[in-house]
Design a binder for this molecule. Structure first.
Ligand code: SF4
Length: 989
């Protein structure tokens, strides 16, 4: 590996990092203060074995996520969800990629001082003194991301003691949701949306499986609501102008005009109230009366009959649930849209049953967009001498129309406590870099009464300090030390000490706390349903202004979220679940819109609004209304790092600073735009060759009634299972296999990123992706299937090596590099491979990846590499191994204990991460194993079964309430937006 790191440097990091990890758990805390090679190993670290530390990521995405960080010899190499929290042991792609954020070579390596147009290195003392001398009480601002738990208490106390103003801000905040609930129920609390209890689900624009509120938790709940083997499959309707990741998982789409989701909710609520009657309906009759179905249908551009039929199904459901819009549907009437959905939940009886208060997600209160806009005005007017910014990037994440960057530049002392040289840090006068969250102490309130404990899982890689310790250093240097703690860790532990049961020594309590990562417990039942207020019941709704021209849908990216993931190559190279594009921005438009402009996918299109313009490649998509265009947020950085800078466009540039009058939330929706064909091609690498399976039965679908009937009458013959396991050595007790449930898979891509992390898979960059030379071992194929009503449904089909019993790749290898092992694995011997690529040519699933180059992991990214997995070099073929290193570990453990590997003992990385538990791995020779039983289910099929390759992977057909054409055989026409990324794409995918 050529990355400029010497063996000596590497060993130094290992020594420090290893000692640091020990200091985080139960070992003596001062061990981390010295460089000690592993001749003297820390107490709880056995060289060469993994150690797991519980910690939390509180700002990695829309939800704080408790997790276990796996460390090897002081380097953290893998993140996995903590099973005792609402994420149930699962992580999103964004959270998985926090490792790349930690090891990012573009992190700021030490304090810096502005000099001219650039920065020069500085010493910590110099920086602390300089900034402390500028901390004028009453004229200092501390701007952070959202915070809860101990860190929030600390920052509040620090700001009070320093006479500073503290503002927490989340660019994709939930202020409209909170304000609506305050009006309706007198509480700003976020309820728990318990989708798993529901038998009818409708989302008014919430991308709850991708980016809204708590997607890991909600995806798990969604899959339980549609567990067809348990005899239930809640029908799901998506209302909105565009099919997002969540929309693609719906059974039905009501394609409402941008910004009219709330309006449709009002009409549905009115119809439901009429059907259900009773006291609840009576209370809201006046508020809903103006929203007749026909009037709303015309305004929203959807069929009145479909609104009535949706309302009829909700009224007749036992436990319906409605979810409010995310920011992409948040216009000038955002609070009203949320209130409309709250009233629908009220009249349908969902409040208190599927929407429960008292046990919902905890998020710290954050400033609204309007308050941030006012803050920019105050900065411009000279209200602050000093602004400190930590954990947020407002210069990038505020629309240009606000001029936040110029306002920030007007402040004399601007201090970034960030980890990266992002747009805000680059505009600062001082950079006092914080350590990464995985290098820091903390905790986060996940549910009322339930905290996840954060502890550093390795020593800081650079000359950085914990954010709170920087604040302590500043107050000490300013002579206003308001804390009697030496450092934040002691301060935090003093708070934890208050929770220690009487009689239990704190050392022992602390040990257990750090081991479990959990403080307190959440109430399972929450509180009684709140009463609807008079203000909510009698609210006078106004109609959103009608859009002229094309409506813009600016939506959070399923990979990059608001842009915080943009410098991570795992996320840039993770195909978007809708477009399958990588490393890019794009403009989604309907074929009817594209056709008169002569636009095809990949052609450049200019989009103009009153606030600005952007130019990006078109993506022609039937999942968007003809009068709407959509652009993802997250790209268009001018700073931040090598992967983010200068890539794509920022959809925020098209937004003016319009707000929702009630909550002050930014109006993402309601902007009209004009579009013009530029007249030349852009570059849009798309990693899927065809949008349909071309009738080859790769993706299969069953209508829900057929699926329920088939499952009800299905009998599992255990003899059959044993026979099916013959593709391994008869003397071996194992034949490893997997099931993948395409009914559960949402296409989120968490498994793909988990596989990158576990298996040292390189990212190849935009140029090679455009040639179809990506290296990912998993592809989530997104296939459309036509339905009888002329629409389409989507099946997400994860495709990886099928570990065939009769594998076409094996006999064609001239050097036996591809061979069948006694446990049925289709193994690949890297050091035998001579790179003829015959195997890839002969693989019908196209899951083999060839190393055209030796890829690099520049320091410190190389520290993330899994030592149990070979790093492959030029000329070597590779593909999924079923995480053979995990299989070997389990086998060795079992052998040491004189037993066989037990069912559930091995979780492949993809299975472990999947929020919907779509993937199950195990031993097919054990008829009682979970995988054996699932593989013999009524929905089971093998991909390209007619080739008789006898795959070890069994797919379970998708289930839909729509009526697919030729259901059960997966023949789909889909919509024809086929586009090959490059010359190799068709063959490679
Ligand atoms: S299988 Fe992969 S893409 Fe599908 S839901 Fe699970 S993690 Fe997401």
């Amino acid at each position: 590996m050529n990355n400029g790191t010497t063996r000596r440097d590497f060993l130094k990091v290992l020594g420090v990092a290893g000692a640091g990890a020990a200091a985080t758990s139960c070992g003596p805390p001062d061990v981390g203060d010295k460089l000690i090679p592993y001749l003297v190993p820390p107490e709880d670290v056995v060289p060469g074995t993994n150690v797991s530390y519980a910690t939390v990521l509180s700002s990695a995405g829309p939800e704080p996520l408790a997790l276990h960080a796996t460390a090897r010899d002081g380097r953290v190499i893998k993140l996995e969800g903590h099973p005792d929290f609402p994420n149930e042991g699962r992580l999103s792609a964004l959270a998985q990629s926090a490792l790349q954020d930690l090891y990012d070579p573009d992190r700021i390596a030490g304090p810096r001082r502005r000099e001219g147009d650039g920065f020069v290195d500085a010493a910590w003392d110099e920086g602390l003194q300089a900034v402390a001398s500028a901390l004028t009480p009453g004229r200092t601002l501390l701007l952070t991301g959202p915070m809860t738990g101990g860190p929030a208490e600390f920052v509040r106390s620090w700001a009070d003691a320093m006479g500073a103003e503290w503002i927490a801000w989340e660019p994709l905040g939930v202020e409209a949701l909170r304000t609506a609930h305050e009006i309706a129920f007198g509480t700003r609390e976020i309820p728990s949306f318990e989708i798993d209890r529901a038998d009818r689900i409708v989302s008014f624009g919430a991308d709850f499986l991708g980016t809204w509120l708590a997607p890991v938790e909600l995806a798990g709940r969604f899959s339980r609501a549609r567990d067809v083997e348990a005899g239930r499959h809640a029908k799901f309707t998506h209302v909105g102008p565009r099919l997002s990741l969540t929309g693609l998982n719906a059974d039905e789409w009501l394609a409402a005009r941008p910004g009219t989701e709330g309006l449709v909710a009002l009409a549905v609520a009115r119809e439901v109230a009429e059907r259900r009657g009773g006291g609840a309906a009576e209370r809201v009759r006046g508020a809903l009366a103006p929203f007749t179905t026909d009037a709303v249908a015309e305004r929203a551009g959807v069929s009145a009959d479909r609104i009535r039929s949706l309302a009829g199904e909700i009224a007749g459901a036992h436990a319906p649930i409605a979810l409010p819009p995310d920011v992409s549907g948040q216009g000038q009437a955002a609070t009203e849209a949320h209130l409309a959905v709250a009233l629908l939940n009220f009249v349908s009886g969902a409040i208190g049953t599927t929407v429960r208060f008292g046990s919902g997600p905890v998020r710290g209160e954050t400033a609204s967009f309007a308050e941030m806009r006012a803050l920019a005005d105050r900065m411009r007017a000279g209200a602050f001498d000093t602004v400190l910014v930590a954990g947020t990037n407002p210069v990038y994440a505020m629309p240009k129309a606000v001029g936040f960057g110029e306002a920030y530049a007007a402040v004399r002392t601007r201090v970034s406590l960030g980890t990266h040289l992002d747009e805000t840090a680059a505009a600062s006068t001082w950079i006092l870099p914080s350590s990464h969250e995985l290098e820091s102490w903390g905790d986060a309130e996940i549910r009322p009464g339930l905290r996840a404990i954060g502890q550093p899982v390795l020593r800081p890689l650079f000359d950085t300090r914990q954010r709170e310790d920087i604040l302590l250093g500043l107050s000490a240097a300013a002579g206003r030390g308001a804390f009697d703690a030496e450092d934040f860790r002691s301060w935090l532990e003093a708070r934890w000490r208050e929770a220690a049961p009487e009689g239990v020594p704190f050392a022992s309590f602390r040990h257990d706390l750090l081991a479990s990562g959990k403080l307190g417990g959440a109430s399972a039942d929450g509180e009684p349903a709140p009463a609807l207020t008079a203000a909510g019941a009698n609210y006078r709704f106004t109609l959103p202004p009608a859009l002229q021209g094309f409506g813009l849908v600016a939506y959070p990216s399923a990979q990059l979220f608001d842009g915080r993931g943009a410098n991570r190559s795992w996320l840039q190279e993770l195909p978007d679940p809708v477009t399958k594009a990588v490393w890019s921005s794009w403009v989604e438009l309907h074929p009817e819109t594209a056709e008169p402009l002569g636009l095809e996918t990949g052609d450049l299109v200019e989009v103009r609004s009153g606030a600005g313009s952007v130019t990006a490649p078109a993506y022609v998509y039937e999942g968007i209304r003809p009068d709407a265009i959509a652009i993802p947020l997250g790209q268009g950085h001018t700073e931040y790092g090598r992967h983010a800078r200068g890539r794509g466009v920022n959809a925020l540039d098209l937004l003016d600073a319009t707000v929702d009058g009630r909550s002050g939330a930014l109006a993402f929706a309601g902007v009209t735009v004009e579009i013009t064909a530029v007249g030349r091609k852009g570059r849009l690498p798309i990693m899927q060759g065809n949008d349909t399976d071309l009738g080859r039965e790769i993706a299969e679908t069953m209508q829900v009634d057929d699926a329920l009937a088939a499952i009800g009458g299905h009998h599992v013959d255990l003899r059959e299972i044993v026979e099916a396991a013959w593709d391994s050595d008869p003397n071996s007790p194992y034949r490893w296999g997997m099931t993948i449930d395409t009914n559960a898979c949402t296409g989120c891509g968490a498994c793909v990123v988990a596989c990158f992390a576990e298996n040292n898979i390189p990212t190849v960059g935009e140029d090679l992706c455009a040639q179809g030379r990506d290296m990912s071992w998993m592809q989530i194929m997104r296939y459309y299937e036509k339905t009888e009503d002329g629409g389409f449904v989507t099946v997400h089909t994860p495709v990886l090596c099928q570990h065939c019993g009769d594998a076409p790749c094996e006999p064609v290898c001239p050097v036996y590099a591809a061979y069948h092992n006694p446990e049925g694995l289709n193994a690949q011997v890297y050091n035998r491979c001579v790179g003829t690529r015959y195997c890839a040519n002969n693989c019908p699933y196209k899951v083999r990846r060839f190393n055209w180059f030796t890829y690099e992991w520049p320091y410190p990214l190389n520290l993330q590499l899994n030592p149990d997995v070979t790093v492959r070099q030029t000329g070597v073929m590779e593909k999924c191994t079923f995480c053979v290193q995990r299989i070997q570990k389990a086998k060795m453990d079992a052998k040491a204990e004189g037993r066989l590997v037990e069912d559930g003992e091995i979780q492949t990385a993809c299975m472990q991460s999947c929020p919907t538990q779509a993937i199950v791995f195990g031993n097919l020779k054990d008829p009682e194993s979970r995988v054996s039983r699932i593989a013999k289910g009524a929905r089971a099929y093998h991909m390209l079964d007619e080739l008789n390759t006898r795959p070890a992977i069994t797919y379970l057909a998708g289930v839909t309430h729509a009526k697919p054409v030729d259901a059960g055989h997966g023949h789909g026409g889909g919509h024809g937006t086929e586009h090959d990324a490059g010359e190799d794409a068709g063959a490679a995918h």
